[in-house]
Design a protein around this ligand. Structure first.
Ligand code: FE2
Length: 255
């Protein structure tokens, strides 16, 4: 399956993949990374035509902020980035502390698919708060293309318009229901979005589709999301206009 996914990705124009298998951010799950490493090596041994990196999508738990010095939880073992995933239904009260702890240890948090979190859908200002705390937001290609439901699409577009999104990701899980193949569509969408110029804080298709993710893969610094007071006020005003009452999503299990 991994090799078939890599082939799909290659045909879709993808040149590098930072794989992010799920891992819970607690010490008991540290051994899972060893299993990921073994599986990753098996894929590497098949010599696929793709630049591959091993990372993880770290589920935030109350223990997460106590594992900041563990390399298995960062984007790869030399990296200064960590991809954090919130539970679907809320933003936990300790999450700001988690972000603070990572930043304190020189690790930049990247938040996976914020547009699919009910807490953020109900109160999008959380997204602004996270960015102001030094986190980067990563939105799923399927969300911006409307493949995962109307609420996620609306929130993804809102975050793009506010310039709060640093990168897109496929969130590919397989070759059928969650494939890589929507990358060309997502890139085209972003080019159109950029052309319209309907931004509070401008972002570019190349940055969110390529450059910023390349920085994470290569371990080079990611430009901080600069927000001056005017931008913050404008973003706040725009976010406050959105009050999604119910979460409408397509019926399959999202991780
Ligand atoms: Fe996820």
């Amino acid at each position: 399956m991994s090799l078939a996914m890599i082939e799909d990705a290659r045909r879709s124009g993808v040149t590098s993949i930072l794989t992010t298998p799920h891992i819970r951010g607690c010490m008991e799950d540290a051994f899972v990374h060893e299993l990921h490493k073994q599986a990753f090596q098996t894929v590497l041994d098949a010599k696929p035509a793709m630049d591959l990196h091993l990372g993880g999508e770290v589920r935030v738990t109350p223990e997460t902020h106590r594992v900041t010095d563990r390399p298995e939880f960062t984007a790869d073992e030399r990296s200064k980035y960590i991809l954090l995933e919130l539970e679907f239904d809320k933003v936990p009260s300790y999450f700001s502390q988690v972000l603070f702890e990572y930043r304190l240890h020189g690790i930049t948090p990247i938040i996976a698919h914020p547009e699919r979190n009910v807490g953020i859908l109900k109160n999008p200002e959380y997204a602004l708060d996270f960015v102001r705390q030094g986190a980067h937001l990563q939105v799923t290609t399927g969300s911006i293309l409307g493949e995962l439901g109307e609420s996620f699409e609306q929130c993804a577009h809102l975050l793009l318009e506010c310039g709060l999104v640093s990168m897109l990701s496929s969130d590919a899980h397989n070759t059928t229901t969650r494939p890589f193949t929507n990358w060309p569509g997502a890139y085209e969408f972003m080019q159109e979005f950029e052309k319209k110029g309907n931004f509070i804080r401008p972002i570019t298709a190349n940055d969110v589709c390529t450059n910023n993710a390349a920085a994470v893969c290569n371990g080079t610094p990611l430009a901080p999301v600069d927000l001056d007071e005017n931008a913050i006020s404008a973003i706040r005003a725009r976010l406050s206009q959105i009050t999604p009452s119910t979460v409408k999503r397509k019926r399959f299990f999202l991780l």
